[in-house]
Write a protein that binds this ligand. Structure first.
Ligand code: DQA
Length: 142
């Protein structure tokens, strides 16, 4: 397996960003945990975070040529706005799971709409960092 984990804008601030909503775990902690999990299963896992929509599009386009067979993505605020990131995932046709740390459905109405959910294999929201781990476990076993 070759898994790509993508993190959208402001997720580089995890640990200090609204910890009541997003938890105290840093992005480096999450990525290290996922890396260890993949290694245990003999899989390769790469992580990428960007605050820039186009950089996420470029990374998704590159994934196709790298033989990535599963993407785990938290599009963060782009969840609710980005046709471009959605189109990139549709273009490369790599199966993906959409992850949110918080339960977006019990938050503001503008967070209830996702440009990704109808294309995703599945959606995980509200389980904090454990949600990423569940997504990677699924990718490893499928
Ligand atoms: C988020 C939820 C989004 O609404 C928000 O814009 C984020 C993070 C989450 O992980 O809960 O930045 O995707």
């Amino acid at each position: 397996h070759r898994i790509l984990v993508l993190h959208g804008p402001n997720l580089n601030l995890l640990g200090t960003r609204e910890p009541g909503i997003y938890g105290a775990t840093t992005l480096a902690d999450i990525d290290a945990r996922l890396q260890a999990l993949a290694q245990q299963h003999g899989a390769s896992l790469a992580s990428f975070q960007s605050n820039h929509e186009g950089a996420l599009v470029d990374r998704i386009q590159a994934a196709a040529g790298e033989g990535v067979d599963f993407i785990v993505i938290n599009p963060a605020a782009y969840t609710h706005t980005s046709v471009a990131v959605r189109d990139a995932l549709a273009a490369v046709a790599v199966p993906f799971i959409e992850v949110h740390l918080s339960n977006v459905h019990k938050r503001e109405a503008f967070r209830h709409r996702s440009y990704f959910s109808d294309l995703a294999v599945g959606v995980i929201a509200g389980l904090g960092a454990d949600g990423y781990e569940a997504a990677v476990r699924y990718a490893l076993s499928h």
